[in-house]
Design a protein around this ligand. Structure first.
Ligand code: SF4
Ligand code: SF4
Length: 117
């Protein structure tokens, strides 16, 4: 059991989730951007203690418990798991202050990725 950051985070990456994770298991990939590691954050499923405190901190509503990941984001669960094997190319990111998205922006981002939930 672990929590998963979905593609709703992609290119938003304000990192509100990082500050609250008690075990520092939310990472950015520091290597070359690629299909394997698009620009978003990743939860290491082997380190996540399943506490769930990151989920309400995400203004983009991008974080789900693995058993609750919507079907349109199914591929994001193994994508997060890829960070386990990237130990030399990952770090816990610095927190960046960003403005809070509006409800319309949050809705538009979900629509962009085909999520209607
Ligand atoms: S708070 Fe949400 S959007 Fe921001 S980095 Fe974390 S998962 Fe991504
Ligand atoms: S569920 Fe808890 S341990 Fe897992 S990533 Fe979120 S804050 Fe960290």
């Amino acid at each position: 059991m672990a929590w998963v950051i979905t593609r709703l985070c992609r290119d938003c990456v304000d990192q509100s989730c990082v500050d609250v994770c008690p075990v520092d298991c939310i990472y950015e990939h520091t290597g070359e951007a690629s299909d394997a590691f698009p620009n978003q954050l990743y939860i290491d499923p082997e380190e996540c203690i399943n506490c769930g405190v990151c989920e309400p901190e995400c203004p983009w509503e991008a974080i789900f418990e693995d058993e609750q990941v919507p079907d349109v984001f199914t591929d994001d669960t193994p994508l997060n798991a890829n960070i386990v094997d990237a130990a030399d190319d990952r770090q816990v990111p610095e927190h960046l202050e960003k403005s809070t998205p509006t409800p319309q922006q949050i809705s538009d981002n979900k629509e962009k990725w085909g999520y209607t939930g």
